[in-house]
Write a protein that binds this ligand. Structure first.
Ligand code: SF4
Ligand code: SF4
Length: 76
């Protein structure tokens, strides 16, 4: 699943995610919610519900222990 704002695209590999919520806790801009969706491993996955607030700091991407977040800058 991927969400996009004007500058960044944030992709979450839902099947790699282990639902640790580190990304949810560490995002200073509170971009993530914990979704009610469960992946194949039985974990609740985060969803970048407020992607429009993301400033591309990469904290979530660099902190995810499962490397399941990928942040891309959109170049026009
Ligand atoms: S890149 Fe930074 S601002 Fe954007 S979702 Fe991740 S932690 Fe939050
Ligand atoms: S930090 Fe990674 S493994 Fe943990 S909830 Fe976020 S996306 Fe999933």
């Amino acid at each position: 699943m991927a969400k996009i704002n004007k500058k960044f695209k944030l992709f979450i590999d839902e099947e790699l995610c282990k639902g640790c919520n580190i990304c949810v806790e560490l995002c200073n801009l509170h971009v993530f919610d914990i979704s009610p969706k469960i992946n194949n491993k039985g974990y609740y996955i985060p969803v970048p519900e407020r992607i429009e607030d993301c400033n591309g700091c990469q904290i979530c991407e660099l902190s995810c222990p499962e490397l399941s977040l990928i942040l891309e800058e959109i170049r026009l």
